[in-house]
Design a protein around this ligand. Structure first.
Ligand SMILES: NC(=O)c1ccc[n+]([C@@H]2O[C@H](COP(=O)([O-])OP(=O)(O)OC[C@H]3O[C@@H](n4cnc5c(N)ncnc54)[C@H](OP(=O)(O)O)[C@@H]3O)[C@@H](O)[C@H]2O)c1
Length: 232
């Protein structure tokens, strides 16, 4: 594949930095760093305006920013008609509907977790349909700077688990501290035994590489809303 011009929204953030490196490592071009207040480093061009002419040269957009400006960023990216991957978490149901709306203009993939391992765990959750009577609890641990709780990943896991067992489970337990990249634990408990499934992200690279991989697979797709299930 020829090197692609990649635009990153939230380019000055922790994930933005990680993406800049992942894009280079994969032989593509960290072309445009879209920022809010702080200038990103490592991109050929920086921009904070959706009117910027340079935006037209972006061939793939990846957004890891914050929910406040989600609608403006999504509509901004979508007007160019190029594939969009968003990993921004903490978005509301109204904001999720905007994803559906802009997916009429471009291929769009949103996921609360871009790692292959979490995609695999989400698939495994359907197996709990055969032990519906167990008690279930999800736990998530993240670094102390994480703004949303429970994590978007835990919310997705809870939705998948509840749909497998056909009932609601208690609210996810959230722990915030230190520099934890992300731990998710699912407990299934009966009087006689306990099953625990745990996923640990060992670094942020796993999310950056997963997002880029997802974006590259969107290059062959038409407008529509896609999920990690469509990719892996
Ligand atoms: N899906 C996944 O796999 C996954 C994995 C890790 C993290 N995340 C999520 O990704 C997001 C970013 O995480 P992070 O750790 O990188 O956070 P972070 O370090 O706080 O970075 C967020 C960045 O977004 C920027 N930003 C906010 N609004 C913007 C806008 N309208 N346009 C451009 N940039 C904007 C902020 O800039 P200013 O500071 O200048 O406002 C900041 O640089 C969060 O929602 C997080 O939960 C998802």
């Amino acid at each position: 594949m020829k090197p692609l011009n990649v635009g990153v929204v939230g380019a000055a953030g922790k994930m933005g930095k990680e993406l800049c490196q992942a894009i280079k490592d994969a032989g593509h071009v960290p072309f445009l760093g879209f920022y809010n207040t702080k200038q990103p480093e490592g991109f050929l061009h920086n921009s904070n305006s959706w009117q910027d002419k340079k935006n037209e040269e972006v061939e793939l957009w990846i957004d890891f920013s914050l929910p406040d400006n989600f609608e403006v960023s999504l509509r901004g990216m979508a007007k160019y008609g190029k594939p969009i991957v968003s990993g921004t978490t903490g978005i509301s149901d109204v904001q999720k509907n905007i994803l559906k709306e802009v997916a009429r203009q471009a291929p769009v993939l949103w996921s609360s977790n871009m790692s292959i391992g979490v995609a695999f765990v989400n698939k495994m959750l359907s197996l709990f349909s055969s032990i519906k009577d167990f008690d279930f609890q999800i736990e998530e641990l993240h670094h102390k700077h994480k703004k949303d709780a429970p994590s978007g990943t835990a919310k997705t896991m809870q939705e998948n688990l509840e749909s497998a067992i056909g009932r609601a489970i208690p609210q996810t337990l959230s722990v915030r501290g230190g520099g934890i990249f992300g731990v998710h634990r699912i407990w299934a408990m009966s009087d006689q035994e306990v099953i625990t499934i745990e996923h640990q992200a060992l670094n942020r690279k796993v999310f950056a590489e997963g997002a880029l991989k997802a974006g590259l697979s969107l290059m062959k797709k038409g407008p529509g809303l896609y999920s990690m299930k469509d990719i892996f």
